[in-house]
Write a protein that binds this ligand. Structure first.
Ligand code: TMP
Length: 232
């Protein structure tokens, strides 16, 4: 294990409803944000970062693939270069390993709340459900990459911005030049959405599903209410 990887057990855990008390602040927690392209995660991540910073929390905002110089370089390749599904999965998990070792684990060890735009749920949704890549192999990569001395690093909370792919396609049509994922057809994003739904159903205590088909303000209000209900 790299010296850069801190013990993975320090973060307070969210509990399923009816379980132990939920931590009263997200300090030391990994919060991830997921959804199909065009779901509008970014502005909500920024708002949450500002709000928690104003409360005196140390906030580390980052993204995947990316978040370190090496992982950002891998991101450019993954988003722009043609490659087969195994190469894509290996590069994404290589970027994740560097990100965890160099940035996420050190930040969590200092008590920061880490807000990460996408994480491993995206690999299961995009590579697994979207591309049809072997889920067992993804689970193996997950175990290799996210294993620390105190166990497997997983998000404490995952906020899933759920959106109809037809709405996402209309939003993306007005956006910048599409990358390799954004160029996929609507059927691909239906599969990705189903992939996220399966992850959410398998771990309902970790996931917070937000209806991202509403106005920006309403999505923000729903997110605030859901976090407040958890004491955050
Ligand atoms: P972004 O534009 O939201 O930053 O995401 C970059 C793209 O990378 C997005 O289309 C989803 C894709 N992606 C995967 O396919 N697998 C992954 O594990 C991650 C983190 C992202």
């Amino acid at each position: 294990m790299s010296a850069g990887v801190a013990p993975a057990g320090a973060a307070p855990r969210l509990e399923a409803s009816g379980g132990s008390p939920v931590p009263s602040t997200p300090a030391g927690c990994l919060v991830t944000f997921e959804g199909i392209d065009g779901a509008g995660k970014s502005s909500h991540i920024g708002r949450l970062a500002e709000r928690w910073q104003a409360r005196g929390l140390q906030v580390e905002r980052t993204r995947e693939p990316g978040g370190t110089p090496l992982a950002e370089a891998l991101r450019e390749l993954v988003l722009q270069q043609p490659m087969d599904a195994l190469t894509e999965a290996l590069l994404i998990f290589a970027a994740r390993r560097d990100h965890l070792c160099q940035r996420i684990e050190p930040a969590l060890a200092t008590g920061a709340v880490v807000l990460c735009d996408r994480f491993t749920d995206a690999s299961f949704a995009y590579q697994g459900a979207g591309r049809g890549f072997d889920l067992d192999l993804l689970s193996t990569l997950e175990r290799w990459v996210q294993q620390g001395p105190a166990g497997l690093r997983q998000p404490d909370l995952t906020i899933w911005f759920d959106l109809d792919p037809a709405i996402a396609a209309r939003r993306l049509a007005a956006a910048r030049a599409p990358d390799r994922f954004e160029q996929q057809d609507e059927a691909f994003f239906h599969r990705v959405r189903a992939g996220y739904a399966a992850r959410c159903a398998a771990e309902p205590a970790r996931f917070l599903r937000i209806d991202a088909g509403q106005s920006l303000d309403q999505v923000g209000a729903d997110l605030d209410a859901a976090l407040a209900a958890r004491g955050w």
